[in-house]
Design a protein around this ligand. Structure first.
Ligand code: BGC
Ligand code: CA
Length: 341
């Protein structure tokens, strides 16, 4: 080989290896790739808040993230994980479709020796998190959202005696639950209502409907049906376990020309607008931006074999659940402007 070509080849090789190291954050033998999914791209919160931040934040860290749509099918997600494993991704970041089906995914990752970060849907099967030393969870403390929403509603109920339309001292409510078996849906349903009971205020549930997709369409259809039902005129409060369903309920209320106190969870941009317009009385910030950042940070550290929170501000739970939990915050007509982007 002539000397000039030899030198050039060496220079190119060096450039490639330097670029490679920085792009993959130090992992040798290729770029660091996160194989990720969203349980359904049709979900307002997952697609509107978490997906863009996962992509933006990973790009800022110089790593590649591939995010696929599991279209609400756990079987599809299982196949997608198989494909990621065959492609030899460095780490998996998985949003379960079915919170009760974590073990199968964890077993796949374990067999392949690939670290796994689960996010947003906390596994409900006993022993799932303990079944693999390289699985972690990023999400929230589900109950906190219901407690905060409940406290907001209790305070507003006390401040607005006219909300008790039939003056019986009892809150006649309807509730849009979201996905049955989802820790967030279950805890919000329980805790928001418990806040009234704890405050010594009686409650009466007129209707409760679940929806695996937490969708706006569902919120609209259920609210419209409730308004024309036998108890339609008795409804005094609309509790929504996420903003997506709340938006549908607001549409139905507007279409019927009815105004009722209504609360959500997530603090999506559209919810802030509804609060500004007086169509929503409150919501709870579900901090998807920080949940996305923590997911990516933990994924990168795990892929590099480092302690997962090293060099980050995230803290693992002390209860042994191997989870990073991002706090919820109340969003009211008084403070909603602080949450505008
Ligand atoms: C959010 C919902 C979302 C669900 C998806 C919850 O934390 O509040 O809006 O539909 O996660 O798993
Ligand atoms: Ca009443």
């Amino acid at each position: 080989m002539n000397r000039r070509i030899g030198f050039l080849a060496l220079a190119i090789l060096m450039a490639i290896s330097v670029a490679g190291v920085s792009a993959m954050g130090g992992k040798e033998g290729g770029e660091l790739v996160i194989g990720a999914n969203i349980y359904s791209f049709a979900d307002n919160f997952m697609n509107g808040v978490m997906k863009p931040e996962l992509e933006r934040y990973a790009a800022g860290k110089g790593v590649r993230i591939e995010i696929v749509d599991s279209e609400g099918q756990q079987a599809k997600l299982n196949d997608q994980v198989d494909v990621f494993i065959t492609k030899k991704v460095s780490v998996l970041a998985i949003n379960l479709v079915d919170p009760a089906s974590a073990k199968a995914i964890i077993a796949k990752a374990k067999k392949a020796g690939i670290p796994l970060i689960l996010f947003n849907k906390e596994p409900t099967e006993a022993g799932a998190m303990a079944s693999y030393d390289k699985v972690w969870y990023v999400g929230t403390n589900s109950a906190e959202s219901g407690i905060i929403q409940g406290q907001m509603m209790v305070a507003d109920w006390k401040a607005n005696p006219a909300w008790d339309k039939n003056k019986d001292g009892v809150v006649q409510y309807v509730l849009l639950k979201g996905e049955p078996g989802h820790p967030d849906a279950e805890a919000r349903t329980r805790e928001s209502v418990k806040a009234f009971v704890d405050a010594g205020i009686k409650v009466q549930q007129l209707a409760l409907e679940a929806d695996p997709n937490w969708s706006t369409q569902h919120g609209n259809d259920k609210m419209a049906a409730w308004l024309t039902s036998s108890f339609g005129k008795s409804i005094e409060l609309v509790i929504c376990n996420n903003d997506g369903m709340a938006f549908g309920a607001i549409n139905a209320l507007k279409a019927a020309g009815v105004k009722l106190p209504l609360y959500g969870v997530d603090a999506l941009d559209q919810a802030l607008t509804h609060i500004a317009d007086g169509e929503m009385n409150g919501t709870v910030l579900n901090d998807g931006v920080n949940q996305s950042r923590a997911t990516v940070d933990l994924a990168i550290n795990a892929a590099m074999g480092k302690p997962v929170t090293e060099g980050t501000a995230w803290k693992l739970d002390t209860d042994g659940t191997k989870a990073v939990r991002i706090p919820y915050l109340p969003v009211t007509p008084k403070n909603y402007k602080e949450f505008r982007k």
